[in-house]
Ligand binder design. Structure first.
Ligand SMILES: [Zn+2]
Length: 80
């Protein structure tokens, strides 16, 4: 029983830390282009195209922040 409580506490603290980091740093590097904004194909190294995933920004909204924005939007739409 004590192990379950400890595990729950660890998960809770990790979730709080992640939520806090999503507030402070809402954007992360794009995982497709590694933050460069350009996608380079492996076969043709000289060809570089704008990254479609981040629209060449090199940054993407983190998952926790995206969920937070969606929840806020939902709350706003319900309470109006
Ligand atoms: Zn990208």
């Amino acid at each position: 029983m004590r192990g379950i409580l400890t595990a729950t506490g660890v998960v809770l603290v990790a979730a709080l830390l992640y939520a806090g980091s999503c507030v402070v740093w809402p954007f992360g590097d794009c995982w497709v282009c590694s933050g460069t904004g350009h996608h380079r194909s492996a076969s043709a190294r000289r060809l570089s195209r704008p990254c479609r995933w981040c629209k060449a920004a090199g940054k993407r909204l983190r998952l926790g922040r995206r969920a937070w924005n969606r929840a806020r939007r939902l709350h706003r739409d319900i309470t109006r």
